[in-house]
Design a protein around this ligand. Structure first.
Ligand code: ATP
Ligand code: MG
Length: 334
């Protein structure tokens, strides 16, 4: 049976790309009646330095965002990764399956480590192996993610296949990345060649789900664009990454296609299009940020929801890890 797993790191605030590229799809899959498991991947977060108090706050805020965006703690399993030790346990086993040559090809590590890779943590390098464990500890088959995570989900398939081959079993399933819609790669508002990210040092590069209406409008007004008006046809966006990005954001927020956006707004100047986009963004995001603020007023309730989710997650992962230990040949001495 199909089982959906995905996760988001509790770093900083959720940004528009996370919402449009990931969480909106999480909600759709939940509401389609699929078995859905959504994690707050705190073990991944600490692959780069996180202040402990900030990490706690970001974890609870991400839980609040999940709920405010329409995830339901009864229908979906919502929890934070560190509370289910099977992730780390399977991650270690996968570290011993994964080849260095595979890891050396991972573009996220190169992007995040930057020029001085000697100073990056070993955890940042091993990140994709832990991500494979996140998915396969539940035998998940469907993984909704943004375009930037495609390579990691493909690596998950390689790790599963190598494990199955090395141990002569048909144990871990093939995983499918689910990357659909106009918003699979939302770009930075300041640089059309860089994806929007929670951890980008420039706050002006992104829209946070916690931003108020004035901040959202200001960031869109200041978004980098070229001087041309919007084209009359979609192929006129070629070579115009910033314009393309704003059209994609509009489409994803309005639940229409980029073609429809061009049909409605083709020929208009950014001086007109940007306020329309800002109005739409505020209309869609304000109810979410209000609900997040309401939920954040009761942290104990958030922790309770996460605790219950972790128990349900562990019920699935425990037998899968027990079987994995048997396959690997670990003696069960207690
Ligand atoms: P960080 O900068 O800390 O890596 P992030 O914004 O990249 O933060 P992640 O927690 O790494 O967020 O990713 C969460 C989910 O959001 C993943 O499925 C990822 O593919 C998706 N995602 C991240 N950025 C974008 C984006 N710009 N457009 C669409 N989807 C995105
Ligand atoms: Mg990321």
């Amino acid at each position: 049976t199909p089982r959906v797993f995905s996760g988001i790191q509790p770093t900083n605030h959720l940004q528009l790309g996370n919402y449009l590229g990931a969480v909106k799809r999480f909600v759709e899959m939940q509401n389609d009646g699929m078995e859905t498991i959504y994690c707050i991947v705190d073990l991944h977060a600490i692959t780069v330095w996180q202040d402990p108090a900030d990490l706690k706050h970001a974890t609870r805020e991400l839980a609040a965002a999940y709920l405010a965006c329409g995830l339901d703690a009864e229908k979906s399993i919502l929890f934070n990764q560190s509370q289910v030790p099977q992730h780390a346990e399977l991650g270690w086993i996968f570290n011993c399956v994964t080849r260095l040559g595979w890891m050396n090809r991972m573009t996220q590590f190169k992007d995040k480590a930057g020029k001085n890779a000697e100073k990056a943590s070993l955890g940042l390098y091993a990140y994709p192996s832990l991500m494979a464990a996140d998915i396969l500890a539940y035998h998940a088959t469907h993984v909704p993610v943004g375009e930037d995570q495609k390579q990691h989900v493909e690596l998950t398939r390689d790790i599963a296949a190598k494990f199955n081959h090395d141990y002569g079993v048909e144990f871990f399933p093939e995983t499918q990345p689910i990357i659909e819609g106009a918003a699979t790669r939302i770009m930075s508002l300041r640089d059309g060649s860089k994806k929007m990210s929670k951890s980008d040092p420039s706050d002006a590069s992104r829209i946070n789900l916690t931003d108020d209406a004035d901040t959202i409008a200001k960031k869109i007004r200041k978004a980098k664009t070229d001087p041309e008006p919007l084209p009359e046809a979609l192929d006129g966006l070629e070579g115009r990454p910033e314009a393309r990005n704003l059209v994609n954001i509009y489409a994803a927020l309005a639940d229409i296609s980029p073609e429809q956006v061009i049909a409605e707004h083709g020929g208009t100047q950014f001086g007109q299009f940007k306020p329309a986009l800002a109005e739409l963004a505020v209309e869609k995001l304000a109810p979410i940020s209000e609900e997040m603020a309401r939920l954040m007023a009761d942290v104990a309730e958030i922790d309770r929801v996460l605790g219950k989710g972790a128990e349900r997650a562990a019920e699935i992962a425990e037998p899968i890890l027990a079987k994995t230990y048997d396959i690997v040949g670990f003696v069960r001495s207690r």
